[in-house]
Design a protein around this ligand. Structure first.
Ligand SMILES: Nc1ncnc2c1ncn2[C@@H]1O[C@H](COP(=O)(O)OP(=O)(O)OP(=O)(O)O)[C@@H](O)[C@H]1O
Length: 277
């Protein structure tokens, strides 16, 4: 299958640090990919490069390239990018004075001219997306008055309204309770579009992503199925904690659980150890 996105030798160096180091990978249509790794590993930075957010790829310190459908992503207009990608990032734009319905209408914009009127089809799309995230009853509520989890679900619904070819999510399960974590990742994984998301919860990533990219200190350490990536040795090396890998007997997915080594469990001090040098 031909590449939808092709990342070639992507590196991002600042005067103090190396944020991404020589990352190369190919993403094909329909893959559901989770980017995992410890705090500061470069997960969000990689996402930002994949969508060339704020023209990041033309910054000094950045080298390598990202091609979308064989065309360098720096040559796409903002509107063309919005027709391909829908984003649910951790720090949403300031949209807080709007109603839920207005927030979802923003998802229609990449495919319409400013003067085109909202149609029955558009209203149907908005209602359908909101009911998928269980919030149809909040259509007319003020976005600012929603809980963190409800806001997150509205932003995911806005991304669905956008009908993207590629859905990019930065920590989509932040703020969500266990029920909605599973409901939303299940929904996202069944959309039949390409999905690339950062996920802290390795077990959720394993349950809903067919491919995982493990980053550490800006490097792509491992790229493969959850079973190939979530090995006890690899996770111990990257997260600095021993862990146990098992298969969930009900779902069949690879699951991991970390534990403090015996020496630390016996230690009574309240100091937080760090795996970063
Ligand atoms: N614009 C920037 N300028 C300088 N340093 C940056 C910039 N953006 C990110 N960094 C640094 O790059 C490193 C990776 O950050 P990034 O947000 O990509 O990590 P992450 O893996 O998403 O982390 P987390 O799990 O904590 O969200 C961090 O050390 C961060 O401070």
């Amino acid at each position: 299958m031909s590449a939808l996105l092709n990342v070639s030798q992507l590196s991002w160096r600042t005067s103090h640090t190396c944020i991404l180091q020589d990352i190369s990978l190919t993403i094909t249509k329909g893959e559901v990919i989770g980017i995992i790794g410890p705090n500061g590993a470069g997960k969000t930075s990689l996402l930002r490069c994949l969508i060339n957010q704020n023209n990041i790829l033309t910054k000094s310190g950045l080298s390598g390239s990202v091609h979308l459908k064989n065309k360098n992503i720096i040559n796409y207009s903002t509107k063309e990018l919005a027709q391909h990608f829908a984003l649910v990032m951790q720090k949403p734009d300031p949209i807080f004075a709007l109603s839920v319905q207005d927030v979802l209408k923003m998802g229609l914009l990449p495919h319409k001219s400013i003067f085109s009127l909202e149609s029955d089809h558009d209203r149907g799309k908005i209602n359908n997306a909101l009911s998928k995230v269980g919030l149809l009853h909040m259509l007319n509520n003020n976005f600012a008055t929603l809980s963190g989890g409800e806001q997150q679900r509205v932003l995911i619904a806005r991304a669905l309204v956008q009908s993207p070819q590629i859905l990019i999510l930065d920590e989509p399960t932040n703020h969500l309770d266990a029920f909605y974590q599973h409901q939303l990742l299940h929904l996202i994984s069944k959309l039949n579009i390409t999905v690339i998301m950062t996920v802290h919860d390795l077990n959720l990533a394993s349950s809903y992503c067919q491919r995982l990219l493990l980053l550490n200190k800006g490097k792509l350490i491992s790229d493969g199925t959850p079973e190939q990536v979530l090995t006890e040795t690899q996770l111990h090396n990257v997260f600095g904690l021993p862990c146990q890998q098992k298969v969930n007997e009900i779902t069949g997915s690879t699951q991991v659980s970390f534990y403090l080594p015996e020496t630390q469990r016996a230690n009574n001090t309240s100091t937080v150890n760090t795996h970063h040098e």
